[in-house]
Ligand binder design. Structure first.
Ligand code: PHE
Length: 455
């Protein structure tokens, strides 16, 4: 069977951006910034995007497009030993772990769409500060209980399955094509409104003042994990998408455009959330509920607020869905190509498993830590292990592989499209970074997290 590709470079950009931009920007970035003390965390995060994110994204694009293969098959095509294929399967495992909790949060987003349409948030605009905050928190609390979050999660996963059965062009490309600019516009509107709130000054200084004394070992690890999670790296998503890129795509250009746009969306989400936090006396370190508690408050203070709020959550749902497509495509590509499974069967098998385990994290006991694994709630455990351990570990091996086991001239040829775009010297610089900067930085952060090295 002929392998599919995306039709144009624009389609590639939107699909890849669709993978990167998701709940990570809108939900995770603000609450993690809140939990880790603000500005200093953001700075370290940005540094990791630059020194780890972009180089590893390029390495993944190289592997994918050069071999036109899934993340396990890549290592066969490049005649690497058995060991390396384990890295591919590690990616499959990471996809599972992430989907377990990601689909839960996607379910919350869908239920917020429903609530907004029903008008549940309308009353917020008529209340005083404290009353509105409590009402908003109560709505979120209610979202987590009963069977409805499980049904919403089922809906989120089912939608992903239906789209993925359509394949690369008729599935992924079709849904990733347009929504991003509209989402951007809505985030800008909410950020602008938020910045005119009384708590805007405090919110801004929380985001921009880098107080390095707040930076702990665990927040450095978290910033690194977030950089991987955000750009969908370390588990083969970008290998898999790269394998569908058109031959004349400029890989370096794509990686920079995607990384910068992604950071911009996260920062805008931060600008929309933190002024609200300080205006309504919410706790910045409030955790995973932060987005859901704050955003309805911003929109309640805008003309046409309910309509805009609905649109905001619809677009967040789309962003979450396009990110999930890329996550689930990793196992699908492995199953269909390595095990020659039919695509429909692979999709049904993978998404069913994701739902069946994932639904366990949706139960309040698993969310709030009445059920614990290694001292964490089940939800947190899946999140922590995937972002902070599996993705960076996958990234480390990918860097080492491309830095040390791939011939430099092959890298230069693939990245410049045989001399058509870019400059060989830039690729050589990037090769040097992959050999000496990226792996060493990753190892230092790991050793620091393990307490073996302290700084
Ligand atoms: N990058 C996505 C987000 O930030 C999450 C993701 C992680 C997607 C890993 C694919 C693979 O929401």
């Amino acid at each position: 069977m002929k392998r599919e590709t995306f039709s144009t470079s624009l389609a590639v950009f939107f699909a890849t951006l669709g993978s990167a931009v998701g709940l990570g920007n809108i939900w995770k970035f603000p609450y993690m910034t809140g939990m880790n003390g603000g500005g200093a965390f953001i700075l370290v995060y940005l540094l990791f995007v630059l020194l780890l994110g972009i180089p590893i994204m390029l390495a993944e694009f190289y592997l994918g497009r050069k071999t036109r293969s899934n993340v396990v098959g890549v290592f066969d095509k490049l005649k690497a030993g058995r060991f390396w294929k384990i890295i591919g399967y590690l990616g499959l495992l990471s996809a599972m772990l992430i989907m377990f909790f990601y689909s839960t949060v996607a379910g919350w987003v869908y239920s917020y769409v429903f609530k907004a349409v029903r008008g549940d948030f309308r009353a917020l605009g008529t209340m005083g500060t404290d009353e509105a905050r409590m009402a908003s928190e109560a709505i979120f609390g209610e979202t987590l209980t009963g069977v409805s979050p499980m049904l919403w999660q089922a809906f989120a996963v089912l939608l992903v399955a239906v789209i993925l059965i359509g394949g690369v062009k008729k599935g992924i490309e079709r849904v990733t094509k347009t929504p991003m600019p509209v989402l951007l516009l809505l985030i800008i509107i909410s950020a602008v409104r938020a910045l005119t709130l009384p708590g805007a000054g405090e919110g801004l200084s929380f985001l921009m003042k880098a107080d390095f004394s707040k930076l702990t070992t665990s927040s450095i690890l978290a910033a690194m994990g977030l950089a991987f999670f955000k750009l969908s790296l370390g588990m083969g998503t970008m290998v898999t998408y790269g394998s569908y890129f058109n031959a004349d795509n400029n890989l370096v250009g794509t990686s920079f455009k995607v990384a910068f746009s992604d950071v911009a969306v996260s920062l805008l989400a931060g600008l929309a959330v933190f002024p609200v936090v300080f205006t309504f006396n919410l706790a910045p370190e409030g955790g995973p509920g932060l987005l859901f508690n704050t955003i309805p408050l911003v929109f309640s203070m805008l003309p046409l607020g309910n309509l805009l709020l609905t649109a905001f959550f619809v677009l967040t749902a789309i962003a979450a869905t396009t990110a999930m497509l890329s996550m689930v495509e990793v196992p699908i590509a492995i199953l269909t190509e390595e095990l020659r499974m039919n695509r429909r069967k692979a999709v049904i098998l993978t998404t069913s498993l994701m739902f069946l385990v994932g639904v366990l994290t949706t139960h309040p006991d698993a969310l709030f830590g009445h059920v614990e694994v290694a001292g964490r709630s089940l939800f947190d455990f899946f999140d922590y292990v995937s972002s902070n351990i599996f993705l960076p570990l996958g990234g480390l091996f990918i860097t080492i592989f491309v830095g040390y086991f791939v011939r430099k001239d092959s890298l230069v040829r693939e990245m410049t499209n045989d001399g058509q775009v870019g400059r060989a010297s830039v690729i050589q610089l990037f090769h040097g970074i992959l050999r000496y900067v990226t792996p060493i930085l990753l190892i230092i952060v790991f050793l620091n997290a393990l307490g073996i090295l302290s700084f």
